[in-house]
Write a protein that binds this ligand. Structure first.
Ligand code: GRF
Length: 196
């Protein structure tokens, strides 16, 4: 069994999709959902699903490393092997990526390297590109610059609205991200010989 932590800041639809996939697979665990936004809907989703929550806020003027130290303490205490960023809106620093030894993967709503950053969906939509899609990447020190693990695309239908495109992107995310998370956890489990 491998142990996952999910970091999220918002609605939590991808967190819910991951939780459902892990529950169905019966071989890995979500140790906790970490959120940086008090009152975010994802906290309610986690409570409904019986997943422990950790709220860690970024206070104004506080060095990022002080916040990340708290995160790493939680990860270590719970023996977490890997982190999935599912709509986590803060950038993790190189310090975090060195302090936490396991893989960190992120979901992004565009075909990277196109449209990195927080407006991936809107920028994809306005681009006029005929193919839109999503990326799952291994997190590195840049903004959405890490190696791509998987990308999935779809062809835009003429006249589609932003809301329609957004819905198709989310549907693709819910299908692909849990699969990648499971694959990562299976690899970790294989590497550790399933002995944990
Ligand atoms: C997703 O579109 C993801 O690609 C982006 O943030 C959004 C999170 O949505 N990084 P949700 O909170 O999982 O519904």
């Amino acid at each position: 069994m491998a142990r996952l932590a999910v970091f999220a800041s918002g609605t939590g639809s991808n967190f819910v999709a991951i939780a459902a996939a892990l529950k169905a697979a019966h071989r890995h665990a979500i140790e906790f959902l970490l959120c940086d936004v008090p009152g975010a809907a994802v906290l309610d989703r986690a409570k409904e699903l019986g997943v422990p929550t950790v709220l860690i806020q970024y206070e104004k003027g506080q060095p990022r490393q002080a916040v990340e130290k708290k995160m790493v303490r939680h990860l270590e205490r719970r023996g977490v092997d890997a982190v999935a960023l599912a709509g986590f809106m803060k950038l993790l620093t190189p310090w975090f990526l060195q302090a936490f030894k396991g893989p960190v993967i992120n979901l992004h709503p565009s075909l990277l390297p196109k449209y990195p950053g927080v407006h991936g969906i809107e920028e994809s939509f306005r681009s006029g590109d005929p193919e839109l899609g999503i990326s799952v990447i291994r997190v590195d020190e840049g903004v959405d610059t890490g190696p791509v693990l998987i990308q999935k695309s779809f062809s835009r239908i003429p006249g589609e609205t932003l809301a329609q495109v957004e819905a198709r992107i989310h549907a693709l995310e819910h299908e692909c991200f849990p699969r990648e998370v499971l694959k990562m956890l299976d690899e970790i489990d294989g590497m550790s010989g399933g002995a944990r």
